[in-house]
Each structure stands twice: as structure tokens, then as C-alpha cells.
Design a protein around this ligand. Sequence first.
Ligand code: ADP
Length: 419
Amino acid sequence: MLLWCAPLILIFAVADGLTPGTRVALTFAVRVAWAGTVVAVALWLPRATPLLQERLVLAVGLSTPVFFGLLVHLTGGTHSPLFHFMLAMPLVVAVVLQDHPIATLGAAVGMVLAGVAVQVASGREARTLVEWLVLATCMAALAVYASVIYRRLRNREALLYRQHVASLERERDYQVAVEARDHFLSVASHELRTPLTALKLQAQHARRTVTPGSVPEKAERALNAVLRQAERLQSLMDRLLDLSVITAGRMVLDPVDADLSVLVQETVTRLREEHGDDVDIQVHSPGPVLGRWDAVALQQVVQNLLGNAVKYGDGKPVVVRVVEVGEQVHVEVEDHGIGISAQDLPRIFQRFERAASARNYGGLGLGLWLSRQIVRQMGGDITVESAVGSGSTFTVVVPRRLGAREVPERSVKPEVPLH
Ligand code: ADP
């Protein structure tokens, strides 16, 4: 912008020619010197150090009203048509050199000094001079104030921009880290699954060959414990695999005609077999509830919720209800256990988020997340009502008929920061 001022300074030489009594050659020489100074500074500025830049702009600010004052003097002093424009010099400098309040300050000082010099040379009386000084000081202060405010706004804008860029970078790093974690989990769970399945099969085989009294009781107990732990490990591995399948957007639903009451009953039976007589699960259903669902996925969801109800249920009875509501069906899982506090409720459906103490209750914090992803994929949702100490009720709502649909690629966004 500074460079554009040079031709403007020269073009207005035409106006000098129109002012009677002006020595045009002399005023033109002043304009050339002024424009030359401006061009030199404009070319030098980009290469100068910050300190030199400040000095250069101060020089431009100071010299501008001085050159202008000379023009005023040569074109008639206080009678010159240019005289009143002197007051605007600091504002002009503030507009041209927006990022440099120091230049505006220089122009303000230069304008007051040059104005006084012009008026003294023109023989103005003291009273008029004082009046002009008051006016000039106000104009100068206004220009400096505007310049400082502008600079502050620019600084704040630059700060916000830097913060924005930094947060974008942080978000990118976070995405990369989350993807690395998911990849690792997917590979690790896949690789660990093969030896684990072999281990479980061997343990099952050994268990079958053991007849009462054929091995010491201690060995039989140890074998049972190996089998239980292998099963537990496998279910944890399955969860990690499910996680990688869903986050990669590879979950495919396979709808079949089924009776929801039967699906729930089967899940409950399986859970009773796993936990023995320790669990008290009551099932309420209105009889056959026919529809079209991905039976395996839906059973996995009910199993997750029932497993949690037993785990966090304080040994109290768990109730499962199957309810038909128009074109939707609900599966409610109610327990009377430890419950969940209001501030924990929003986060328990996120990946790896847990509300119960890790010392008392094991777990990965994936079951609810997986369940909700599956149910949402079916076009439904899971809600929860809970109170600490009184228990929780999780409700699965799904449409009665499901059309096959695939999760779009990378549809699941990371929801929680890495721990
Ligand atoms: P996990 O049980 O492996 O920790 P989930 O995703 O299944 O993972 O559950 C997340 C958290 O929600 C649990 O850690 C627990 O704090 C809370 N939660 C889930 N179900 C219940 C329940 N029925 N009663 C109390 N808390 C529960």
C-alpha cells in the first residue's frame, strides 16, 4: 500500500500548478523527494530487521507531515488550499501503515510541529495558533488511538489463528493415534485368537476325558479354572475384534425371521449355564414376538446387557422384559445393583469408558459401546435409567423389521481421548 502512495503524491502536483503564485518547479521537487522517500522505505521494509522496520516507518510517519508542511508553505501557507488537510496527515498514515502505531505517532508529532512552523511563517496570531493546536492534538490523539486499537485486534486475530492451527494439528495427531490404536487392537486380537482357540479346545478335550475319580480333585479344579479363564479371554478377544470390525465400517447385518422371545430366552439360558445357580434372571414376554432381525447381533446385545446386570447387580434378581410397541420392540434389562451416577451416564456408552471401580469389577469398557453401535446400525437405540444404589434399567429399542444394510466406511468417529 505504501508503494501506491508515491504516484498519488506526484499526480497531485497538477493541483499545485492550479494554485496561483506557486513555484511549480520547487513544489514538484518537494513531491519528488517525498515520493522518493516513500518508495525507498517501501522497498527496504521487507528486507529490514524488525527493529529497523520500526525505525523506517517512524521516519515515514515523521517526514510525511514535514513534506506536506513544505508544500503548504510553498502554496500559500495558511491561505493554501492544502493547509486544512494537514490535520488529516496522522489518519492517512494510520490507514496506509496499519500495523505500525509508531508511524502514526510520528505523523502526529510531525503534523503538530509542521503545522506550527507553517503558521508562524505565515504570521498567524497566537490565539488562532492555540485553537489550531487544540484541534490538531485531538486529531493526532484520535489517529494514534485508532492505530493502537487496530494493532491489538490484529494481534488477537493472529493469536486466534495460531490457536486454531495448533488445535487442528492436535486433532490430526489424535486421529493418527486413535487409528494406530485401533490397528494394533485389530492385529493383536486377531493374532492372539488362534492360539487361544487351540488352548480352549485342548482344555475342553481334556475336560471331557476326565471322569470322576480318574484324576485328583485338585487337578480337576485346575482344569475347570483353565477352561473358565480361556473362555473369558476369548470373550475379551471377541470384543476387541468386534471393535475393529465396527470402527473399520465392516459390520454387515444379516436379517432373518425370528422370534425375539426365543432369542432372549436362549441368551438367558446360556448365561445361566455360564454362571450356574448364582444368577436369578426372570424373563417376562408376551409370547411369540415375531420380526426380522440379525439374530446373532441382537443376542450379543442382550447378552452384554444381561452380563452387566449380573456383574453390577449386587447378586439381586435381574428382570428381562420383551415388550411390543407398535412397529417397534423393546427389550428391558432391569437390575437392582450398584447403579450409575448422573454424571457418569453420558459417558458409559463411549469406547473404553467405565464408571465402576476397576479394582472391584473387571472389564474393557467396550460392551455398551459395541451394543449401541449394533443397535443403531439396526435403526434403533439403547437408553438407560439409573440411580446409584437402586439399580439400572437398560432398554433396547429396535424396529420390528430390519433391512440388510452395511455401515458406511469409517462411519464411527473416535469419541474418547486415548488413555
Ligand atoms: P465394562 O462392563 O466392561 O466396563 P461396558 O461398556 O459394558 O463395559 O459398561 C461401561 C460401564 O457402564 C461399566 O464399567 C459400568 O461402570 C457401567 N455399567 C454398565 N452396565 C451397568 C449396570 N447394569 N449397572 C451399573 N453400572 C453399569
